[in-house]
Write a protein that binds this ligand. Structure first.
Ligand code: ADP
Ligand code: MG
Length: 681
């Protein structure tokens, strides 16, 4: 059922829900909370403790409107008293609803994090409601969200969906047979979903719910994979043996010789492509291992046979870089390279589409826009997917369908820097053969990494200035935990201003996700050409960006990032032969896990080891998005963590296919269907 069936969901909210991947009522019912807050118990002010999240009721005593802070927000302070003491509340630009309650004598309930203790307690921008209002009996979920979609609104949408569902069970039907659930020791879907959104504070209901849901999710994924594999067994492809001439000319133009690992992997690829079955090969190689040139050399076999090659990257920035590199390599050899990204419009887009359709374009680079409606290839021989972990399995499967011509499917080369755990190899990548690029190009020195508290920011800036005046180039990376382009861009703009003010003699550029692609590209080019000393950037540069001369990186709020992301980011330096360094700025106090993560980053540059540590640091039941692992996103399951249950999942898939085949399609549709839709847009 459509989301507009929910009361209170208008155009703007709808768009935001869509950008969270929520398209139907059942998607909303299956939107997994990140964590929970306990708002079922009131705390007395005198018993509060520094650092805890607390719920307090009291009466507003006094209200002061204060000054503006650096970010131009007006600060309000109010004191709140209960029978045991007084608590200071701080608000920055409070919304009208909160302002209206900030009146002496008003009884309110607040929820927030407690700070201080020696001379009274503070709570900064707590959530506030006027009394009387009933106390929650269940834990309060905190959902992944996007800018403009508050937790309050999201909670209301979920509870609307729950009440619709209570009236119409078909909105999210039970597909798993009772005996299968019993055999696995799992409860019903209804129970799990209710517990997911409204867990009782007295039991571990949320964890039980998650187990039930991730089991179903993995089962659906397994079924989709099997269905696709059984179809794929009969797929055909054009055999594309290496002719060597084109590849040799390309190699002759390179300023370096291939590493042993690159040569070996190319050999494996050539053997696959020479067969009349579609290649499905995953190349795993740590950041900086030199995957791009491997893809280009693999492309030669298809090009020589008169077929096309599509190279898909997860970000526009990376797609543009590929476009530039491949043009430099192939244009001199007489092969046209054409870009197709989402922002290409009008005549330019029409021309590009024509070149692709008529086969004038030998190589086509782009983002997932490559596979949009309206894109038709003349004869697609090879698909290369770069940084596969950013795409879901579903997208990969859908792409193969899109490139197919009659009975023939294109060969597929998939590249990733993320090591693949064994459990993953058995599921999400079950249909892929794996090659490992286990050798970095010669002359690289490991990146020296230091963790430095925010309080020493000025010192870091001063040192950065000295290094850049000595001819080095640096990235200054702004990160935010909220997945909001807009906020991230704002943080980067602020950092750019403050760096420009502190280091007026240096050339400092800025690049973020909300800039026009052409502007982004111009800045990146300028940085690459050495016309900029410092590039202030958001995490748009996280994957794939290659500027070998940049040898310094400063990452703000490093404590908030997962290990996989930190490793990817840091991989942007240490690509040339100069010794590189990376400074991880953090704001204390650090949680135990954050401390451990920063220590791992200081001690190691090895992607495999870092991935292992990443797993170790995340205990079961920790509500971290799967994004943290750098692997394609699932709603509940994290293959790295939940891999143990794969054998049961496979068994359940056998049972379902044998005894309940009618449940297979709806399950795939519920959990995997959306991904396939995504791959089409
Ligand atoms: P990856 O995509 O694996 O992270 P890239 O393909 O971006 O890595 O390559 C990283 C850098 O290494 C590039 O600057 C590239 O020119 C360089 N490079 C690739 N192969 C070699 C090689 N065999 N010898 C020296 N440098 C290489
Ligand atoms: Mg790359």
């Amino acid at each position: 059922m459509q989301l507009t069936a929910l009361r209170g969901v208008g155009e703007a909210t709808l768009a935001r829900l869509h950008s969270l991947g929520l398209r139907s009522v059942s998607d909303v019912l299956l939107h997994a909370p990140l964590r929970y807050e306990n708002r079922t118990r009131l705390s007395m002010i005198e018993r509060l403790q520094h650092g805890e999240d607390a719920l307090v009721e009291g009466v507003i005593q006094s209200v002061d409107k204060g000054q503006k802070n650096r970010a131009q927000q007006t600060i309000w302070r109010a004191s709140l008293a209960d029978d045991s003491g007084v608590l200071n509340l701080w608000f920055f630009n409070p919304p009208p609803g909160v302002l209206a309650a900030l009146v002496p004598g008003q009884a309110v309930r607040v929820f927030g994090t407690v700070k201080g203790g020696l001379v009274g307690f503070d709570m900064a921008h707590p959530e506030l409601i006027r009394l009387p209002s009933p106390l929650a009996t269940a834990l309060t979920p905190v959902y992944p969200s996007v800018a403009g979609l508050s937790q309050t609104l999201l909670r209301r949408v979920v509870s609307e969906a729950l009440s619709l569902w209570a009236r119409d069970a078909q909105l999210l039907a039970e597909y798993l047979p009772t005996e299968l659930l019993a055999a696995q020791g799992l409860g019903s879907l209804r129970e799990a979903v209710l517990r997911l959104h409204q867990p009782s504070p007295h039991e571990t209901g949320a964890e039980v719910a998650r187990q039930r849901l991730l089991f179903e999710e993995l089962l659906a994924q397994q079924l989709a994979m099997r269905r696709w594999k059984s179809g794929a067994e009969n797929h055909q492809a054009s055999p594309l043996p290496q002719q060597a001439a084109l590849a040799q000319r390309l190699r002759a133009g390179l300023p370096y010789a291939l590493t042993g690992a690159q040569a070996r992997v190319l050999h494996e690829i050539a053997a696959d492509m020479a067969r009349p079955r579609p290649m499905r090969r995953l190349v795993q190689g740590d950041v900086g291992a030199g995957k791009t040139v491997v893809a280009a050399l693999a492309a030669c076999a298809a090009l020589e046979a008169g077929q096309q090659v599509a190279l898909m990257a997860p970000t526009e920035l990376l797609a543009e870089q590929h476009q530039r590199n491949l043009t430099a390599w192939f244009a001199p050899l007489g092969v046209a390279v054409v870009a197709l990204t989402g922002s290409l419009k009008g005549v330019a887009r029409r021309k590009a589409l024509e070149a692709v359709a008529q086969g004038h374009a030998g190589v086509v680079t782009g983002t997932h826009a490559l596979f949009q409606e309206g894109v038709a290839f003349h004869e697609l021989g090879l698909i290369v997917i770069d940084e596969q972990h950013r795409f879901g399995v579903q997208q990969r499967l859908a792409l193969s369908e899109k490139g197919r011509q009659g009975e023939r499917h294109p060969h597929q080369l998939v590249m990733t820097a993320t090591p693949i755990p064994r459990t993953l190899a058995m599921t999400a990548y079950a249909d892929l053969d794996v090659s490992v690029l286990d050798e970095l190009p010669p002359g690289r020195t490991p990146v020296q990494t230091a963790a430095v508290p925010d309080s020493r920011r000025d010192e870091v800036m001063a040192r950065l200035g000295t290094a850049c005046r000595a001819g080095r180039q640096a990235y200054w990376v702004c990160t935010l935990i909220e997945e909001s382009d807009k906020l991230e861009a704002k943080a980067a703009e602020e950092a750019h201003l403050s760096l420009t003010a502190s280091l007026p003699d240096l050339r400092i550029g800025l690049v973020h996700g909300r800039m026009k692609p052409r502007d982004k590209d111009a800045i990146m080019q300028g940085f690459k050409a050495g016309e900029l000393d410092i590039l202030v950037a958001t995490t748009v540069i996280e994957v794939g960006v290659d500027v070998p001369n940049a040898s310094l990186m400063i990452i703000e709020n490093a404590e908030r990032l997962g290990l996989a992301q930190l490793h990817q980011l840091r991989g942007r330096v240490g690509r040339g032969s100069v010794e590189s360094s990376c400074v991880l700025l953090f704001s204390p106090p650090l949680s135990a896990i954050a401390k451990e993560r920063l220590a791992v980053m200081r001690e190691s540059n090895d992607g495999f080891l870092i991935a292992e540590k990443d797993l170790e640091l995340r205990g079961p039941g920790e509500f971290l998005g799967t994004q943290q692992t750098g692997l394609a996103r699932m709603r509940f399951a994290d293959l790295a963590r939940d891999g143990d249950i794969i054998p049961q999942v496979r068994e359940a898939a056998d049972v379902l296919l044998r005894d309940h085949p009618q449940a297979v399609e709806p399950l795939i549709e519920r959990w995997v269907g959306a991904g396939i839709e995504l791959a089409k847009v």
